[in-house]
Write a protein that binds this ligand. Sequence first.
Ligand code: TYD
Length: 220
Amino acid sequence: MTRRGCFITLEGLDGAGKSTHAGWMADWLRQAGVSLLETREPGGTPVGEQLRTLVLHQSMDLRTETLLMFAARNEHWRTRILPALERGQWVLCDRYTDASFAYQGGGRELGAPAVRLLEDWVQQGQGPDCTFLFDVPLETARARLQQGRDTADRFEQEGAAFFERTRQAYHARVAEDQARFRVIDARQSIQDIRVHLDASLRDLLRTHGDPAMHRRVQDA
Ligand code: TYD
């Protein structure tokens, strides 16, 4: 039987720099011989990408917003992520359910219990094997965001208090499940962050990869 692939997610505030590292991590994994599905949320499927446009740009009730995030997630999980993992592929996903805890649960103050209800219903106890949280103080995130953006979506337009609550909710998730998270201090330079990512990815290959992948990295 093919071994189930490893499910990796990337999280952090807008402006934390996670997208800068996503491509590098994907290249690293492919060079190690991993067959990889690289994807994102909200999105990742035709239905999910349409929901993404709606939820990022159309104002709506908070419960509607949360349900749409999970509608997109359900489609993504069932039709792409789970089948890929079952085929033995690895999945690298830019944001996943922790973002709903952070943004809807924390930032928008829906609270964790409502998000947990949907998490349980959609994921039925399954989820990421490893989550990288790119953690930065608010001021750093906002400064970076202002540099790199043309038009801000509904979330990026929020104020400092929203992002402070969002960051705190991410930290609450880390406290609940420390074994799954790797918190990266994203104030560091890109090069320094890559040193940490390299070490973590080697670890994941050791624990989740097949021996050939592991050997390829040791020889490199
Ligand atoms: P993001 O990865 O930041 O996209 P981009 O880099 O193209 O701006 O994701 C878009 C936004 O969606 C981000 O501000 C966080 C928000 N989001 C939620 O509020 N809840 C969720 O469950 C997810 C997955 C994302």
